[in-house]
Ligand binder design. Sequence first.
Ligand SMILES: Nc1nc2c(ncn2[C@@H]2O[C@H](COP(=O)(O)OP(=O)(O)O)[C@@H](O)[C@H]2O)c(=O)[nH]1
Ligand SMILES: [Mg+2]
Length: 231
Amino acid sequence: MHHSHTRSHVPDPAAGSETITLERRVLAKNEALAERNRTWLADRGVVAVNMMSSPGAGKTTLLERTIRGLAGTRPVAVVEGDQETLLDAQRIKRAGCAVVQVNTGAGCHLDAGMMADALTDLAPAPGTLVLVENVGNLVCPALFDLGESSKVVVISVTEGTDKPLKYPYMFAAADLVVINKTDLLPHVDFDVERCEEYARSVNPGLRLLSVSATTGDGMDAWYDWVARQYD
Ligand SMILES: Nc1nc2c(ncn2[C@@H]2O[C@H](COP(=O)(O)OP(=O)(O)O)[C@@H](O)[C@H]2O)c(=O)[nH]1
Ligand SMILES: [Mg+2]
């Protein structure tokens, strides 16, 4: 009996090189657009933070609390990336913030072209903090530079201590890791120190901080980190 899925595991060297060439071209185009975004942001003194995580780690909850926490200090705007729905954009709007929703359809990540369009729509005032919620997964968003000022990975304590080892590209790309849902630590088997060790094994200079986006615990260190992005 013929099992076609078995065949797909046999590498075809010719097909492989075509795939690699196409990927290189896609990434090179993205890189050029990302550079344009970086200049666009720098010219306006706008800081853009790309927030990445697996689905449900608490990105939107962290953004909602951050918007309320920073109200009156500096303008905040949000780019919401999801495959479908306006649900997160509606949550952000209720928190009192300018927001653009980008639906990627079958796509698993935001790219620099989408970011450029979103920035044009948002037209952030000088000094604005643009928080970008990327599509929830720990794989594809790591590959696509948006021209952002910094990349943040949110991991929650319900996901398991080993995630930095399983998704090393994501943690290697990060400037900061936010460990979220610390209020649940008494109920789950998660070792914060070991998770930090694992994360630093793939990215030695990495900064980490722990928060609970629902109780607000640890948020001051997050606000301090955000403020330092303007230095
Ligand atoms: N206990 C607890 N739950 C949280 C925390 N942050 C988010 N959640 C919950 O986790 C679920 C997913 O949160 P959401 O912000 O939508 O995650 P996203 O998919 O990363 O945007 C929701 O039910 C949130 O209420 C937290 O710090 N502690
Ligand atoms: Mg969300």
